[in-house]
Design a binder for this molecule. Structure first.
Ligand code: SAH
Length: 220
């Protein structure tokens, strides 16, 4: 774990010119130190759980690299009394980090089996302020909107309009956008008090695609 935190700090240092700061928020780094990443990876990957890289979690999906999880969360500027929407629950690792930094986390996953296993894992590990659901994140989750933060952990070809709409004034949306499989741009979209959005390009990333389908398509 200590090595993972040191690796995150080093990579933040290498990319300081892109992210505009030399270190990430201490509250966030404390949350990263608390979440046991080895609980979120398959048994055969446990040896690699604290390496600073993505790992396969089944269904062709991956748990994101710790540096990217930390960076994306830092870009959201979490506030303890606010709520956040995550699109792409996957293993639930990022969800757990968010749960330590927000009052309430809504997390959507398209693949029913992943949604179910992540919900069970998060409950077993004692994270109680998370509401998971199986659904298509392209549409967001209007019932609980607006969100102070929206975090998308799969790459979209464009910023889904529903997510832009469900962002609260003063809120922040972090999303990888691009159509290439191996490289997209991580964008930070902020909404001002008048409801206008502004987009900042942070750096290149590589995410699995955000799929615009109904979860029913994944049921056997
Ligand atoms: N945050 C996750 C990363 C998972 S990879 C983790 O730390 O483990 C991205 C996830 O997004 C995959 O599980 C994939 O099934 C899911 N996904 C893809 N398209 C989606 C959509 N339209 N709505 C919700 N989830 C989606």
């Amino acid at each position: 774990m200590q090595q993972m935190l040191a690796d995150i700090n080093s990579e933040v240092g290498y990319t300081r010119h892109l992210i505009g700061k030399a270190s990430l928020d201490q509250r966030l780094m404390d949350a990263m130190a608390q979440v046991p990443r080895d609980e979120f990876v398959p048994d055969e990957m446990k040896k690699l759980a604290f390496d600073n890289g993505p790992l396969p979690i089944g269904h062709g999906q991956t748990i994101s690299q710790p540096y990217i999880v930390a960076l994306m969360t830092d870009l959201l500027v979490p506030e303890p009394d606010q709520s956040v929407l995550e699109v792409g629950t996957g293993s639930g690792y990022q969800t757990a980090v968010l749960s330590l930094l927000y009052h309430k986390v809504y997390s959507m996953e398209l693949i029913p089996e992943l949604s179910k296993s992540a919900s069970q894992r998060l409950a077993r590990l004692g994270y109680t302020n998370i509401q998971p659901c199986c659904g298509n994140g392209y549409q967001g989750w209007p019932e609980h909107a607006p969100y102070h933060g929206i975090l998308v952990t799969a790459a979209a070809p464009y910023i889904p309009e529903a997510l832009r709409e469900q962002l609260a004034p003063g809120g922040r949306l972090v999303i990888p956008v691009g159509s290439f499989r191996m490289s997209q741009q991580l964008l930070l979209v902020t909404k001002d008090a008048q409801g206008h959005t502004h987009t900042r390009d942070i750096l290149s990333v590589a995410f699995v695609p955000l799929v615009d389908q109904s979860p029913a398509a994944f049921d056997e």
